[in-house]
Design a protein around this ligand. Structure first.
Ligand code: ZN
Length: 146
């Protein structure tokens, strides 16, 4: 049972076993399972057990375990479906395409010539930023906000 469950959340229901899923790995903080609507064979999601909507909401121990589990899963998923590479990504926030408001890392096996695109294809039109704007943005990120 997750200690921080949202009763309307499909991933909380999977974590608690209320909705069946093909679970492939579990830790104290995370559960990994096959995506029910896979983009490729071996498409796996890694989620924290507790309901956290955004990446910035994750406690440090959960975040560390989450990426550690991604590191464990990547070679397993790649080998399981004999893939040539993988994309690893998080849609963080509705503007980024997040559909389930429970942090989930996509591990998507890729194959030579599969017709897919790199992570660079996810954003819209590329911005034309001046050196001053780049300096301002770098400073703001370093400070932790505007
Ligand atoms: Zn949830």
């Amino acid at each position: 049972m997750s200690s921080n469950r949202d009763d309307d959340c499909i991933f909380c229901a999977i974590v608690d076993g209320d909705i069946p899923a093909r679970i492939v790995r579990e830790t104290d903080h995370t559960v990994a399972f096959l995506d029910a609507n896979p983009l490729a064979p071996g498409h796996t999601l890694v989620v924290p057990r507790d309901h956290h909507e955004r990446v910035a909401d994750l406690p440090e121990a959960v975040s560390e375990t989450l990426f550690s589990e991604v590191t464990q899963l990547v070679p397993r998923a790649e080998a399981a479906v004999d893939a040539d590479g993988l994309n690893v990504g998080i849609n963080d926030g509705s503007a980024a395409g997040q559909e389930v408001p429970h942090v989930h890392v996509h591990v998507v096996p890729r194959f030579d010539g599969d017709g897919g695109a790199p992570i660079h294809a996810v954003a819209g039109e590329r911005p034309d930023l001046s050196e001053a704007e780049l300096d301002d943005i770098a400073d703001a990120i370093e400070r932790g906000g505007r």
